[in-house]
Design a protein around this ligand. Structure first.
Ligand code: TMP
Ligand code: ASP
Length: 242
């Protein structure tokens, strides 16, 4: 497969850059080492983070595609670069939770850790200016951010991704506590877009409850760079060296 030519920078987010390519239907995504938390209030550069996130995201997006959820990923271009279909991001973030943690635990005034009897799906409006407020599907429809059938597809895809990821992380003795997904439109279809990474997931080591995700940075629990190296080693333990 020929390497596409990287064009102009179209968009720079907190953790990734999106570039045009010589094909208008494709974008080149570059994962940065930058880490932010609390809507950018806390910032640092974490050595190797871009590569860890990109490698893990590529693997998990391939796994979800194989499990029947269409994704925007076309293929990896290198250890911290991906070729993806160009999509219009739907400004509705979908969070799936298997255990009580983070903002839901805070909202309910509860300790983290309770195992939920069934997965909980939540929606947030993707807006840095408003700090991603929680919304529901009615608000998303009323504001014209997503149509009813799109929200239904997003929910079904998110729950399928959850089942696939529970099995994947469980196989590594890691509990998938929660994660966030973003979706995009390409033509008349809804695709899983953005990333599936330890930046956007809570991953607790089974038995110890040790955090193997970006909460290490958010909560000053240790050296995120070392934790991410440990995680990537577990994820690719069965992969022969190239
Ligand atoms: P929350 O408990 O803070 O609502 O987060 C739920 C999940 O979503 C957690 O795995 C982290 C992820 N997340 C993001 O990826 N980006 C964000 O901006 C926030 C607030 C959470
Ligand atoms: N991604 C968001 C930020 O950069 C929030 C977070 O992940 O905690 O601020």
């Amino acid at each position: 497969m020929s390497q596409p030519a990287r064009g102009e920078l179209l968009y720079e987010g907190k953790a990734k850059q999106v570039y045009a390519t010589d094909d208008p239907s494709l974008v080149w995504i570059h994962y940065k080492d930058d880490a932010t938390a609390f809507n950018g209030l806390k910032k640092a550069s974490i050595a190797g983070k871009g590569e860890v996130n990109c490698r893990i995201s590529t693997k998990l997006l391939e796994l979800t595609a194989a499990g029947g959820v269409p994704t925007a990923l076309v293929r990896a271009l290198g250890p911290r670069d991906q070729l993806c279909l160009k999509v219009d991001i739907i400004p509705v973030e979908v969070v799936v939770r298997n255990r009580l943690a983070g903002s839901l635990a805070r909202r309910l005034g509860q300790e983290e850790g309770l195992v939920l009897p069934r997965p909980v799906v939540e929606h947030f409006y993707k807006s840095d200016a408003l700090n991603d407020p929680q919304i529901n599907e009615d608000v998303a429809m009323a504001m014209g951010w997503a149509r009813s059938w799109e929200l239904a597809a997003m929910r079904e895809y998110a729950l399928t991704v959850n089942a696939l990821l529970l099995e994947f992380w469980g196989g590594l003795n890691i509990d998938l506590v929660d994660f966030k997904l973003e979706f995009g439109r390409a033509g008349h279809t809804v695709l899983l877009a953005d990333e599936i990474t330890p930046d956007g997931s809570r991953l607790w080591e089974r038995g110890t409850g040790r955090h193997l995700d970006k909460d290490v940075f958010r909560r000053d629990l240790g050296d995120l760079s070392l934790v991410y190296q440990e995680l990537v080693t577990k994820v690719f333990a069965d992969t022969p060296a190239a």
